[in-house]
Design a protein around this ligand. Structure first.
Ligand SMILES: Cc1ncc(C[n+]2csc(CCOP(=O)(O)OP(=O)(O)O)c2C)c(N)n1
Ligand SMILES: [Mg+2]
Length: 358
């Protein structure tokens, strides 16, 4: 007799738009409007063209470093489209699409990655800024959700992380708390199959990341992260649950990182190009374009006109970024502590004296 059984978790991958651009199920009413489709498609391309430009700026020495979101745009765009303005976004570094949708300017994103933290002061004042230390943002988000709950406010907190982050203690601590305190929190894991050069198979023995929700006693759901429609449908439900006191949700968005980890990485050293090519055939913008071609008469000239307009918008933002004065070196001393400790104050005076002498 054996007491131990192998558990086969059942977390199906939800999809509404397949890779050939066909809808596989009826859309919820709020996604049926074709004007919204065009708006969402344009935003996906806004994000992709901006992202491409940011990488080009880095490659030409005009940006410090940059984390591209190539291939993951639909996850963040759906977040941007389904969050209410007064919900609170606690992003990670591949959330350009959501941030742009929430009013963060491209020049601010460039300013931040250009090494000036003032770039993080844009968008809704209640949103948090980029979090580079892996998974720590999930604990921050749980804290914000606790505050909302204590004040009986009907807003949701949405935070994001990567697959690698789901191995960190912060992930477990934050979700455990969210479960016990029934917090208004949605966590979206961008499962892009890589944590820099560590593949998912070496990251976890779990068959899915969504199943981790079971241990916290909260709902977990697995979605095709390359499908804007499925992402938007799932997020709508999860956010509404959070806003109406029904507690937290863990969303695993399955996608593939089609780019280097950041501009400081070279994925050709560790990734199989055939796997990348196979993933590229499933990417989110291509399938969306096919849908528009089937259903809305979208063609090459509509595409060209949209891209030309977006490129003008991006060029103006890039010009504003490049025209910014260099950041003040004093900033690296000034903003770490509310009251500067004496040794840091000494370092600052010393540095100012040296600068005056040089
Ligand atoms: C606490 C911490 N440890 C290590 C790092 C270095 N680091 C930066 S990104 C990264 C991998 C993150 O992978 P994942 O969570 O899957 O997110 P992705 O970058 O793939 O979107 C690591 C280890 C860090 N930023 N913070
Ligand atoms: Mg990852």
């Amino acid at each position: 007799m054996s007491f131990i059984r192998e558990v086969t978790p059942d977390f199906p991958l939800h999809c509404l738009l397949d890779a050939s651009g066909r809808l596989t199920a009826a859309l919820p009413d709020f996604l049926a409007d074709q004007a919204l489709w065009l708006e969402a498609y344009t935003h996906l391309w806004r994000t992709r063209l901006f992202d491409r430009r940011a990488v080009a700026l880095q490659r030409t020495g005009q940006l410090g470093t940059y984390a591209s979101c190539l291939g993951q745009e639909a996850i963040s765009a759906a977040i941007g489209f389904r969050m209410h303005p007064d919900d609170i976004l606690v992003p990670y570094y591949r959330d350009q699409a959501a941030q742009l949708r929430r009013g963060v300017h491209m020049q601010s994103i460039l300013r931040f990655w250009g090494g000036d933290e003032w770039g993080a002061h844009d968008g809704p004042p209640h949103d948090l800024s980029w979090c580079i230390p892996i998974a720590t943002q999930i604990t921050h988000a749980a804290g914000v959700a606790t505050a909302l709950k204590l004040r009986h406010l009907p807003q949701a907190v949405l935070t994001t992380c990567g697959d690698g982050a789901s191995s960190r203690g912060d992930f477990y601590e934050a979700l455990n708390l969210a479960g016990v305190w029934h917090l208004p929190l949605v966590l979206v894991i961008n499962n892009n199959q890589w944590a820099i050069s560590v593949p998912l198979s070496q990251q976890t023995a779990a068959a899915t990341l969504a199943q981790k929700a079971v241990a916290f006693g909260i709902p977990g759901v697995r979605v095709d992260g390359n499908d804007f429609f499925a992402m938007a449908a799932v997020l709508e439900e999860a956010l509404q649950r959070a806003r109406t006191g029904k507690g937290p949700t863990l969303v695993e968005a399955v996608t593939y990182r089609l780019c280097d980890h950041t501009t400081a990485d070279d994925m050709s050293r560790y990734a199989d190009p055939a796997a990348r090519d196979a993933a590229a055939a499933l990417e989110p913008l291509l399938r969306f374009r096919r849908l528009l071609e089937h259903e809305c008469g979208w063609d090459e000239s509509s595409q060209q006109a949209m891209e030309a307009e977006l490129n003008r918008e991006i060029a103006a933002e890039v010009d504003s970024y490049l025209a910014l004065p260099p950041s003040r070196p004093e900033d690296m001393f000034d903003y770490l502590y509310a009251a500067m400790p004496e040794d840091l104050s000494r370092q600052k005076s010393d540095w100012l004296a040296r600068r005056a002498a040089s």
